[in-house]
Every structure is written in C-alpha cells, then in structure tokens.
Design a binder for this molecule. Structure first.
Ligand code: SF4
Length: 275
C-alpha cells in the first residue's frame, strides 16, 4: 500500500512497504564514462532544466517512468558487480537525480553498507542551502564518494538562455563541495557558438582553479545523437544546423580548461575524501 512523506522537490515522495520509490528512466549496465571504473548507472526520470543540447528529452517529465525501490535497483545492480573491479560501482544519473534525493539517499545508504562505491552525476539545478532540502542533501553526501558536476555555462545569462535556469546556485554547489572536501569531476559540454568560446572557457577554468576538490575536468563534445528523439516526441530541436565541434576545437577547450592539471582521479579509491 502506498503512503507519502514530505519532500520539498518531489512532494509527496512515493513509498511502498515502507521504502521510498524512485522514478527510474533506464539503466546502463556497463558504464565506462560515468565515474571511476566500470559502473552500473541508474538514470532517474525528471529534470527541470531544458538544455538546448540535451539528448535525452524523454527524461524531462517528472512522476513518470518505472517506480522502483532501492532494494529492487540494488538487486539488479548486484548481478553486474563482478565487472566493477576496485574502482567501479554504482552511479545515479538522470534526468536530474537531485529531484529525488530521498530515493538516492536510500539507495546509496544501502550501497555503503555493502561497501559499494557511489557516484552522483548532477547538473546541480535543484541545489539550495535552504532547509529541509539542504540537510537531506548533506545526508546524501555522507554516503556519496564522488560527484560528477556539469557546468553548462559559466555565464549566468548565457546559462539561462541555454538551459532555462541561471547558474548561481550551481556554482554555489561547486563551492560548497570544495569547502567540505568532497571529490568532484567537473564536466563542460562543448557546444559550437555557445560554450565553445575562448573567453568563457577561460572564465570556467578560472572558476575551477578556485576549487580545492576537483579530481578531473572533462570536455564533452556536443553531438546530435538525440535529434531523432525530438522528432519522435514532437519537440522542436533548437540547435538545428549546429555541428559537433572539430577535433581542433576540442583540443583547444581541453587546453584552456587545463584538463592535464587534474590527475587526482588516477589515485582515486572508493571512500577516499580529498582534504
Ligand atoms: S540537465 Fe541533463 S537531463 Fe536535464 S535538460 Fe540538461 S542535459 Fe537534459
């Protein structure tokens, strides 16, 4: 029988037999780019942002998808555990996982009891220091080894044009994670004519340099693989005519973001917190 508990973002949180249920979009059983090592990736359903380059518009809607408990997800994940090795584990991605903090907290708490490495992949949009969300987020951080944080655009006006939201709270999330010494990988999607801009890339680099917890910086080249989904869903694709960046521009962005300076991930171990 279903009951409800309070949540500032997804209210009420669905529960079944005393466990929180998450709205799950899909799984990747052998994720090689979603955190350290090989990982089982849980893609959560729901995102408030509307990034022009998003290749998963089918994850946007909240309160749809498969309702699953942490035990159900964990059972599925554990059948792939033999692939994880020393560095791998479970990543929760999206959509936007921080819209479903209660579910992520329940899943990662169970993971930590089993010694499984936990990674949270977020765009940061729901981040706020307001209560009661902030305390719950801190509980989630206690059972999270590492975060992948996307900076969609360093300039807040441009960020709003690109995603529909400003970036101040996302940069504040990065600052907070730095202050508490929680390891992060920062990722920048390189979109020609939008983020592929030397001045903005330098500003992004300057911001990243102020943080003390960054283990890796990645450039994710824009691609058009999601266009088909927009057509199928009858949504207008807003980057029509934009081509993926050239190898030269990708290399330029990698240099401007000084990705070679961030090599801490090579020595990353599950549970290690960089001081
Ligand atoms: S934050 Fe991620 S899921 Fe949400 S719109 Fe942007 S790219 Fe898509």
């Amino acid at each position: 029988m279903s009951t409800s508990v309070e949540s500032p973002l997804l209210n009420p949180v669905p529960t079944r037999d005393g466990q929180v249920e998450g709205y799950v979009h899909s799984f990747e059983t052998f994720g090689a780019v979603d955190g350290p090592g090989i990982r089982f990736v849980v893609f959560m359903q729901g995102c408030h942002m509307r990034c022009k380059f998003c290749h998963n518009p089918d994850t946007w809607k909240t309160r749809v998808g498969s309702k699953m408990t942490a035990d159900e997800v964990l059972k599925k994940a554990l059948s792939y555990q033999s692939f994880w090795g020393e560095q791998g584990g479970i990543t929760i991605s999206g959509g936007e996982v921080l819209l479903q903090v209660d579910f992520a907290l329940e899943l990662f708490t169970k993971c930590k009891k089993l010694g499984i490495s936990t990674c949270l992949d977020t765009c940061g949009q729901p981040f706020t220091r307001r209560e009661p969300w902030f305390s719950k987020f801190n509980q989630l951080l206690d059972v999270t080894d590492i975060l992948l944080v996307d900076i969609k655009h360093i300039n807040s006006d441009e960020h709003r044009r690109l995603t529909g939201f400003p970036n101040e709270n996302i940069l504040d999330l990065c600052q907070y994670l730095s202050d508490i010494g929680k390891p992060v990988w920062i990722r920048q999607v390189l979109v020609p004519g939008i983020t592929d801009n030397d001045e903005y890339l330098k500003q992004t680099s300057d911001f990243i340099k102020t943080l003390k917890n960054v283990q890796k910086v990645e450039v994710l080249p824009y691609h058009t693989m999601g266009v088909r989904k927009y057509k199928e869903m009858g949504i207008k694709y807003r980057l029509d005519g934009v081509e993926p960046p050239s190898a030269q521009r990708i290399e330029n962005a990698q240099k401007l973001l000084h990705i070679a300076d961030y090599t801490g991930y090579l020595t990353w171990k599950p549970g290690l917190v960089i001081k």
